[in-house]
Every structure is written in structure tokens, then in C-alpha cells.
Design a protein around this ligand. Structure first.
Ligand code: SAM
Length: 263
């Protein structure tokens, strides 16, 4: 297992995933009380965008677009703010951990994790001065067992596996079932690729069977199924979605799809 996210940084799936993450955090921050954020598969804190990469059909399309909605502009502003911290302009693309870190308030806390040594060391080094960030180096599903419920009682768990093992959907289903038994109040956001439709449908049906909690499945599919790309789309399953999140996310997803399809 040696997943390197750098070629995929800023891809269309990252755009969808990180806008969803931003909207979830904005909703949680409507309350003054702090919340915990657990990023089970953080990867690196950020990536230097390569000259030719999946960013060409993702973030670079948004950078060219005009008249974007406030939601998409807020997302681009976060990326600009991150680059400013590194004295750069549109050179770096933040990972999920850095998006959450950019948005955190003093009352919020972040737990980041990656099983691989390099991304873990990079996370630890980048966030070392921030005492509200805790980095772990473990199997995501073991860590969820150990840490849930989060001590803040309110919180978001982002589960974003690399899908490099063939039974990832089964691992996810088992681990979500056990997490919900321990922490039914948590908000869970689970990213998945739309590649093998049968496996996706089986996963969604299993989750629906295993919980009575509210669930919304968001999908972003800018390309036709037979497109000559790694993926035609991806999804984010949200358990215990914050109130009215769909009113923000549904139009944002339509906009992402439209902008990404533009030549
Ligand atoms: C898709 S990347 C995560 C990207 C990141 N969440 C983002 O949005 O920027 C998946 C990461 O999961 C890590 N990983 C793979 N298997 C894991 C496991 N069992 N537990 C924890 N991390 C794992 C990989 O090393 C990789 O860095």
C-alpha cells in the first residue's frame, strides 16, 4: 500500500470533496460551541501542483471560470489564503487536513491520521506549532474504534480511503456500523469513487440497512460513464447531515459539474 495523492491533488474529485468538507464545517460552525474533526485518511497537508496533472481538469478549471457563486469563491479564497501562508500564489493545493485547519476556530480541534510514514511525518511537521491539532499514524479503522466518540461530543469524521484494497467497501461498512454504535451523534462524511457501480450500490444499500439515522448521498459526476479518465465521478455519503446542507451543496455540485465540463 503506497498511495501518492500528489498527481490527483486539485482533481475534480478533490474539488467536490473539499467544497463538501468546507460546507460541512461552515454548518458546524453556526454554533458557537467547538467541535472535533477526525480526518481518518489525511494524506499530506498540501501538494505542489504539477505542470500537468489532474488539477488541469479540476481546480485549474475553476481558476479560469468567471461569475462563480459565493460557495465556490469561498473555496477558492481558502486555497489563496493557504498559498499566502507559504508566500505563494496558486502553487500549492491544500489537502483535507489543511482545509479543516484553515477554517478552525480556537474552540475547535483536529485529529489527523495517515497509516503511511511519509504523510504522517509531513502532517506532524506542518502542524507542530498548533496545539489544537493531533496527528496519528495508525490504521484508520482501528483509530476510529479507539477515538470515537470524540470528547467534544459534536464533530465531523471525514473518511476518505485510497480504495487500493479490493474489500475497502466492506471494511468501510463494518467500521461505520461499529462507529455508529459508539457515536450515533457524529456527522460522518464518506468519500467513494464511482467506478464499479454495482459495488457502490451494494455499499449504499448496506449502510441504509444498518442505520435509522438520516443519510444523504451527494454525487458529482461531471463526465459521462465511458469517459477516458480514471473516474467519471465520485460521491460523498453523509450520515447525520447538518440541517439544510443540501440547500447549499446541491446547487454547488451542479455548478462544479457545469464549470468542469466547460472547454
Ligand atoms: C485519498 S488519500 C486522502 C486524501 C486526503 N483526505 C485529502 O482530501 O487531501 C488516502 C490516504 O489514505 C492513506 N491510507 C491508506 N490506507 C489507510 C488506512 N488503512 N488507514 C489510514 N490511512 C490509510 C494513504 O496513505 C493516503 O495518504
Amino acid at each position: 500500500m503506497n498511495y501518492d495523492h500528489s498527481f490527483h491533488a486539485g482533481s475534480f474529485t478533490d474539488v467536490f470533496k473539499h467544497i463538501t468538507l468546507m460546507c460541512l464545517i461552515q454548518k458546524l460552525q453556526l454554533k458557537e460551541k467547538g467541535f472535533g474533526y477526525l480526518d481518518t485518511h489525511s494524506a499530506y497537508p498540501y501538494y505542489q501542483l504539477q505542470a500537468k496533472s489532474e488539477a488541469d481538469t479540476g481546480i485549474r478549471k475553476l481558476w479560469q471560470a468567471k461569475n462563480l457563486s459565493p460557495t465556490l469563491r469561498q473555496y477558492l479564497n481558502l486555497i489563496d489564503a493557504f498559498n499566502e501562508k507559504l508566500n505563494a500564489k496558486r502553487v500549492y493545493y491544500p489537502g483535507s487536513a489543511a482545509f479543516a485547519w484553515l477554517m478552525r476556530r480556537s474552540q475547535d480541534s483536529l485529529i489527523l491520521n495517515d497509516i503511511e510514514d511519509e504523510p504522517y511525518q509531513a502532517l506532524k511537521a506542518f502542524f507542530k506549532k498548533d496545539s489544537s491539532v493531533h496527528c496519528h499514524h495508525q490504521d484508520a479503522y482501528q483509530l476510529m474504534k479507539a477515538l470515537l466518540p470524540l470528547k467534544e461530543r459534536r464533530g465531523l469524521v471525514l473518511i476518505d480511503p485510497a480504495f487500493e484494497v479490493i474489500n475497502e467497501f466492506d471494511l468501510l461498512t463494518r467500521s461505520i456500523e461499529s462507529a455508529l454504535q459508539r457515536w450515533p451523534q457524529g456527522v460522518y462524511a464518506i468519500w467513494y469513487p464511482i467506478k464499479h457501480k454495482h459495488a457502490v450500490e451494494r455499499f449504499l444499500t448496506m449502510i441504509e440497512k444498518k442505520t435509522q439515522l438520516p443519510v444523504i448521498n451527494f454525487k458529482c459526476c461531471p463526465w459521462p460513464d465511458d469517459v477516458n479518465m480514471r473516474l467519471s465521478g465520485s460521491g460523498m455519503l453523509i450520515i447525520n447531515p447538518p440541517w439544510q446542507i443540501e440547500q447549499v451543496l446541491n446547487p454547488a455540485i451542479l455548478e462544479i459539474e457545469r464549470v468542469l465540463r466547460e472547454a
